[in-house]
Ligand binder design. Structure first.
Ligand code: HEM
Length: 376
């Protein structure tokens, strides 16, 4: 069973080979919370997270070792299960630093990274307040869904009276590989997703594109990153009525192999200048991969770490399904640049962005340290 240490230079759950399952939760702090309460919460969360990622119960007394007359510290559903590669990654939303009316609740305004701002509105956004924004986020990833859910459930329980869940999302089937050791998985449109992703082994690219470097912004973010989460509903029924050729044109890659339509196999570089017999570009001008490619975005790259989701169905009997997109980048501007370029994306006919969040992901901690200590 895989165990990823909670402590380290960077938080786990970013370049960690993407696990199979996700439970992502966004929290709002209760109005009564003080600066000292916030520090306590971060310490309590860090202690519990360090234990759970080792496959331990949230505290020493855990699920059954406390008083017979008190609710157990640990809810118990992960007893007997291994750590299952659990990673728990914490993030801070812009509203932790300054609320929308400009209030500096915790005396943290001076610590706010200048690049941590609510995302601009993008063409086609249909964001639902119930899946957007938030003070804090926790990404729990594991190879066993019960382990990921146990982590979020227990961290939420610990936060009781201090922070409560604003919105959350379960994900299955990673839609990205973040390591060359992994095969490329598929998203719910049936296409391989993650082929051209930034991979952990590309250490130079990871340093220039994913980790905040000293001097970028506020000092405490050095070794951290920025997470953008987008809940993207897929209009599955329209997609499923399209011919194979149209689906491939929209993506710009072949469906079975994931090869560029300009030729070759999955990992062949794309040739955007290649043309067919009639002089038409082999990779369409509006193909997703053309507009998302670094060459169309001033070199900007993203480390994508998304998951498929199905939240049952809507009242018309259509699957409420899509891609829970998550990307990590050194600066949110990288995501903004790519998402703006995608305003002409042929894919837009088949998707709708319904949720959104942006979070500063602080660096990792040393043994016995706590997440957020650099803030205070
Ligand atoms: C590539 C699907 C949304 C950024 C790809 C690929 C597929 C895909 C199939 C090609 C394989 C690969 O290289 O991973 C989708 C679907 C989406 C979606 C179905 C929505 C439901 C987004 C969004 C962004 C994005 C919102 C960023 C704003 C990228 C990037 C690449 C890519 C950067 C790699 C391009 C390259 O360098 O070749 N996507 N994507 N995608 N996508 Fe998406």
């Amino acid at each position: 069973a895989r165990v990823y240490p909670f402590e380290g230079l960077h938080q786990a759950g970013i370049v960690t080979p993407a696990q199979d399952r996700l439970h992502f939760a966004v929290y709002d702090l209760d109005a009564s919370v003080t600066r000292d309460d916030l520090i306590e919460l971060f310490k309590d969360w860090s202690y519990a997270a360090a234990r759970m990622t080792r496959g331990l119960e949230v505290s020493e007394s855990g699920a059954t070792g406390g008083s017979d007359y008190a609710p157990p510290d640990d809810t118990g559903e992960a007893l007997d299960l291994p750590a299952s590669g659990l990673t728990i990654t914490f993030g801070f939303g812009p509203s932790l630093f300054t609320t929308s009316d400009g209030t500096d609740r915790f005396g943290l305004a001076a610590k706010q990274p200048s690049s941590l701002q609510p995302l601009p509105r993008f063409a086609g956004d249909a964001l639902e307040p119930g899946a957007t924004g938030g003070d804090l986020c926790i990404q729990a990833c594991a190879d066993d869904p019960q382990v990921a859910v146990h982590a979020i459930r227990n961290l939420s329980r610990i936060a009781f009276g201090r922070a409560s869940i604003r919105w959350s999302q379960l994900g299955f089937g990673r839609t990205s590989s973040t390591s060359t050791s992994q095969v490329t998985a598929r998203n719910l449109f049936g296409f391989k997703d993650g082929t051209a992703n930034v991979k952990a082994e590309q250490t130079e690219t990871v340093d220039t594109q994913v980790w905040v470097q000293r001097g970028d912004d506020v000092d405490w973010m050095t070794g951290g990153s920025y997470l953008v989460a987008r809940k993207i509903r897929m209009i599955i029924e329209s997609w499923d009525r399209q011919q194979l050729l149209e689906q491939e044109r929209v993506i710009g890659r072949s469906k079975r192999e994931g090869a560029p339509l300009s030729g070759g196999t999955e990992f062949t570089e794309m040739d955007f200048d290649a043309t067919g017999a009639a002089g038409q570009p082999l990779i369409d001008e509006a193909a997703h991969v053309r507009l998302a490619h670094p060459s169309a975005n001033g070199g900007a790259q993203l480390l994508r770490r998304g998951y498929n989701y199905v939240n049952g169905n809507d009242s018309l009997g259509r699957l409420d399904a899509g891609l829970f997109f998550m990307s990590y980048q050194r600066d949110p501007e990288q995501f903004i640049t790519v998402q703006r370029s995608l305003s002409r994306d042929a894919l837009n006919e088949y998707i709708k962005h319904v949720g959104s969040g942006i979070f500063a992901i602080p660096p990792g901690i040393e043994n016995g340290g706590w997440i957020g200590e650099g803030l205070f």
